[in-house]
Every structure is written in structure tokens, then in C-alpha cells.
Design a protein around this ligand. Structure first.
Ligand SMILES: [Ca+2]
Ligand SMILES: [Ca+2]
Ligand SMILES: [Ca+2]
Length: 235
């Protein structure tokens, strides 16, 4: 009888806990997170505690909010750069996305990424850039593996280092894709990968733990990288 009662008891200890402040997190969940169960926005940054929990943003740090584009922040604890060569964990980089937010590259860990690295002025790159959204979807649908292309502009339309506005403008030009479009004003992608920016576009395959798996240049030649994603699979 006792065993039966135990088996029927709810497995979620927070299942019946109320949500006093109506932020979508029960008082019990807030106790676990450390957020204030009487305040819907514990850190006063304009995002409810529940919203921040959903997008993996810190509800106790007003400096950290949900990304406007909806990117989830990966758990990047334990990641640190070892260098800029194949096999190294790539450096974390501060980039600017098409929604105008400053983002960290490590927020995109936890899935495979191909960085499509180019300059906004490269007209020969536009056709391929326009197709990356569809290629992302096809590979994810076919393999079931978490994967995305990300466009990284190191140079703007004038040939100067890309500015945040270049990411916004480029996303519009290539048809407002669901994949990230980043500007890299510090040109960190060139300093921290084997790709040197001389031939356009450059591509680098990054593993879910942000290892630089391979880098190459040229158009529509990513099959080898897709095969690695397919065969190595989910993280
Ligand atoms: Ca609550
Ligand atoms: Ca908040
Ligand atoms: Ca916050």
C-alpha cells in the first residue's frame, strides 16, 4: 500500500506551488532560482522572471536580458579558449546581431554552427547568404541534429570593419533570415580562427563545445562539414 502511494505521488515537488507574483514561475521554482516570489521582475530589467527563465537569461542580473531576436543562451560554463587553430576551443567573441543586440558567441554553444564569414560588400556572396536559412532548415530536418549557420560580417559595405548597423542592413538584404546575422567590429573572427579573410566567403565549422573543427573558403562547398554534423550527431 505504501509503495502504491509513493508511486502515485507527484514527481514534481513544485507542482502545487502557487505563483504569487504571476510571472509564470511558481513560488517553489523561484525559491530554487533565488528570484523574488513577490516580484514579477526581480532584477528590474523589464523582463519577467518567467521570461528570463525561458530564454536562459539570469533573472537576478539586470545586465542580462532575453535577446530580442529570441536566441537562447547556452550554458557556456566550462568553456574557455585554447587558441585559434583547428582543434582549439574558439575564443568567446562579442558580436552584434540583426536585432541590434550585443551577443556573445558562446551563447550559441550546444549546437553545431557553421560561421559563414564575409564582407557586406561581397556581391558574389549574396546568393549563397540568401540560401543559408533554407540550408539550415534542411540539414536540421534531415538529420535531427541541432545545427545552424551564422553569418559573420567582418567588413561593412564600405570596406571598413563592420559596424552594428551592417548586421541589421545585411539581414534585410538577404531576406530577414531566422539564422543569426552578426557584425564583428573587432574582426575577432579573423584573429581567433585559421580563416584570414583574404578569400570570400570563409567558413568555419564549430562543434557544440565550440571547438574549431575545420575552416575553408569558397562557394557552395559545405558538404564535408554537413557530413561531420550528420555523423557526429547531437551533443
Ligand atoms: Ca512567481
Ligand atoms: Ca528581469
Ligand atoms: Ca535579467
Amino acid at each position: 500500500m505504501l509503495l502504491l502511494l509513493l508511486a502515485c505521488s507527484p514527481s514534481d515537488p513544485c507542482a502545487d506551488s502557487p505563483d504569487l507574483d504571476g510571472d509564470g514561475l511558481s513560488d517553489c521554482m523561484e525559491a530554487e532560482l533565488g528570484s523574488d516570489p513577490t516580484l514579477f521582475d526581480s532584477d528590474g530589467d523589464g523582463f519577467d522572471d518567467g521570461e528570463e527563465a525561458d530564454c536562459q537569461s539570469d533573472p537576478l542580473n539586470a545586465e542580462q536580458t532575453c535577446y530580442t531576436c529570441g536566441w537562447n543562451r547556452a550554458d557556456s560554463s566550462g568553456l574557455s579558449s585554447q587558441g585559434a587553430e583547428i582543434g582549439d576551443t574558439v575564443a568567446d567573441m562579442t558580436l552584434h546581431d540583426q536585432c541590434g543586440d550585443q551577443v556573445q558567441l558562446y551563447d550559441f554553444a550546444g549546437r553545431w554552427n557553421i560561421a559563414f564569414v564575409t564582407a557586406a560588400w561581397c556581391s558574389a556572396c549574396l546568393g549563397e547568404a540568401e540560401g543559408l536559412d533554407q540550408k539550415t532548415q534542411s540539414l536540421v530536418d534531415e538529420s535531427g541534429v541541432p545545427f545552424s549557420y551564422m553569418i559573420v560580417l567582418f567588413s561593412g559595405i564600405t570596406g571598413d570593419p563592420a559596424q552594428p548597423q551592417d548586421a541589421i542592413d545585411y539581414a534585410e538584404v538577404v531576406g530577414d533570415p531566422d539564422i543569426p546575422v552578426f557584425a564583428d567590429p573587432a574582426q575577432d573572427i579573423l584573429a581567433n580562427t585559421p580563416y584570414d579573410g583574404k578569400a570570400l566567403p570563409g567558413k568555419c565549422l564549430l562543434s557544440p563545445t565550440m571547438e574549431i573543427v575545420s575552416c575553408w573558403t569558397g562557394h557552395d562547398n559545405d558538404e564535408e562539414a554537413w557530413e561531420i554534423v550528420r555523423t557526429q550527431g547531437a551533443p
